[in-house]
Design a protein around this ligand. Structure first.
Ligand code: TZP
Ligand code: MG
Length: 189
């Protein structure tokens, strides 16, 4: 039997995760809603930022701290009037996409995949560290590397100056999610 998603979230918060993103690509919205409500309650209680991936409607209903939009999601121009001064993050895979996200008022940029990953069904080509650094140099908003990052390769990014990361499988595949999150977080501090 799979592990309880809320317990996995609680373990990541205990381990020091700064942000929890609700990313359930294959879950019907009717199921995402109660999970989202519980996640909102927990993150609020713990003082952890809560971002909803893809679903602007859920982000609004759940009163999340922000929404994360990909290149094929609702464009930021339509999301901003509804999200007001809440966080809007944009996934980017190239310098042009990053420039566009910055110009359109993104609060942070996700960039990747940093390494090969099985988590996303259809990934763009791996984005090199040099491009990530260029994107970091474009503005002062946070740039968060994503895709295939874990304990075995995070130093490659850190050593070159990429200091913010988003991680899914390396954490969720761990037997002890709290300990793995803590070990990764310690590297980031
Ligand atoms: N964008 C590029 S890869 C990815 C996203 C959302 C998924 C990252 O998951 P993992 O398991 O940390 O590689
Ligand atoms: Mg998306």
């Amino acid at each position: 039997m799979g592990r309880d998603p809320l317990e996995m979230i609680a373990a990541q918060i205990k381990g020091g995760a700064d942000v929890i993103q609700l990313r359930e690509k294959n879950m019907p919205k009717g199921e995402k809603l109660p999970l989202g409500l519980a996640t909102r309650n927990l993150t609020k209680q713990e003082g952890t930022l809560f971002i909803v991936n893809d679903d602007l409607d859920l982000a609004l209903i759940l009163e999340a701290d922000g929404v994360h939009l990909g290149q094929d999601d609702i464009p930021i121009q339509y999301a901003r009037p509804l999200m007001k001064d809440k966080i809007i993050g944009i996934s980017t895979h190239s310098l042009d996409q990053a420039r566009e996200a910055i110009d359109s008022g993104a609060d942070y940029i996700g960039i990747g995949p940093a390494f090969k990953t099985e988590t996303k069904a259809k990934t763009d080509p791996v984005v090199g560290v040099d491009l990530m650094l260029k994107v970091q140099g474009l503005s002062s908003i946070p740039v968060i590397a994503i895709g295939g990052i874990g304990k075995s390769n995070i130093d490659v990014l850190l050593n070159k100056g990429i200091k913010k990361v988003a991680i899914i499988s390396d954490i969720l595949s761990s037997r002890d999610i709290e300990a793995k999150t803590r070990a990764l977080k310690e590297k980031l501090m």
